[in-house]
Ligand binder design. Structure first.
Ligand code: AMP
Ligand code: MN
Ligand code: MN
Ligand code: MN
Length: 300
């Protein structure tokens, strides 16, 4: 018999629409991620590496050789710039703040998605050059060398830099790398000229995909500002927000459900899996979506 909660909710079992591999800042190879997803009974998986489809291509080839019904959803997590009309939070330095947009169900071969990947990677490369200069000036060339080694030719992200700082004892905990040095407004942060929300959403829509605002509560915005972000995202053509991201509590799900309903946005779910925690791989989401919401896969 279904549990009471399930009667009033939409099943998310088998869905994980936000994960990472070694093609960006994840620790499993695309092949290992596919094998794990099959092992865990995932039915719909999005490999959403930052600014690249390289991992997706490798994962697709690997999946084709397995006898599995796993649906691999073509996906990319794009970094994007939100220029709010008013600056009422600390993350916005007046030049816009970074938000992440997960593109789902895109045509990986479309010109528009290739162009958007190119533009986002150019912004990242230019940002990384300025970031490297800051580290070298501080006498931390060794951090950059190790971060580049850790990324081994894939997209170089602040995750690699934070891991290198931890390995080289510049910080005692991974999170400290962001709270002390790399986070917005900290001494080793640099502004990135990511494509705007409308450029990003437009590129995703033109490739036949669905634009999903990633982890809305990570931006630590006031409620008023978060509603403004979701409204701007919707006006730009965005179709969904992540209502279940990582392992949220009931309050977070209720909060995001209210916003999705108010803005008439569909709901996505994903672990945002990067690396095992305490030796455990967390794929899929244990929570269910409230019945009132439209799961993003129902609009495909
Ligand atoms: P980048 O795209 O190079 O700016 O790096 C962003 C990545 O760093 C995100 O995708 C996260 O994986 C990670 N990250 C960002 N902020 C934090 C934080 N405060 N704590 C832990 N990881 C973070
Ligand atoms: Mn990441
Ligand atoms: Mn993200
Ligand atoms: Mn992510």
């Amino acid at each position: 018999m279904p549990q009471q909660a399930e009667i009033f909710s939409k099943n998310t079992q088998g869905y994980d629409l936000h994960t990472h591999s070694t093609a960006s800042d994840g620790s499993l190879t695309p092949q290992e991620l596919i094998d794990t997803a099959i092992d865990y009974g995932i039915t719909h998986l999005a490999l959403s590496d930052h600014d690249t489809l390289k991992g997706f291509e490798i994962a697709s080839e690997h999946l084709a050789k397995q006898s599995s019904d796993l649906q691999l959803v073509p996906s990319v997590e794009f970094s994007s710039r939100w220029n709010a009309l008013s600056n009422i939070d600390s993350e916005d330095d007046g030049r816009g703040m970074t938000v992440h947009i997960v593109a789902l169900n895109i045509d990986p071969k479309s010109t528009s998605i290739q162009k958007l990947i190119g533009a986002t990677q150019s912004a990242r490369n230019e940002r990384n050059e300025r970031l490297k200069i800051k580290f070298i000036k501080k006498g931390w060339q060794d951090v950059i060398n190790l971060a580049e080694e850790l990324s081994s030719g894939a997209t170089l992200t602040r995750t690699h830099i934070a891991n290198a700082m931890l390995t080289l004892d510049k910080v005692s905990k991974y999170g400290q790398a962001f709270s002390r040095y790399l986070g917005s407004g900290k001494p080793l942060s640099v502004h990135t000229k990511w494509p705007s929300i409308s450029e990003t959403v437009d590129g995703i829509n033109k490739s036949g995909g669905t634009a999903v605002l990633a982890h809305p509560l990570h931006y630590q915005l006031t409620r008023k500002k978060l509603l403004q972000l979701c409204s701007d995202f919707k006006k730009a053509g965005g179709q969904a927000i992540e209502v279940i991201t990582g392992n949220p509590d009931k309050k977070a799900i209720e909060n995001l459900t209210g916003i999705a309903l108010r803005q008439n946005l569909a709901a996505s779910v994903g672990s945002d899996f990067h690396a095992p925690r305490n030796g455990k791989i967390h794929l899929g989401v244990p929570q269910v979506l409230p019945l009132a919401l439209t799961p993003v896969w129902e609009i495909w």
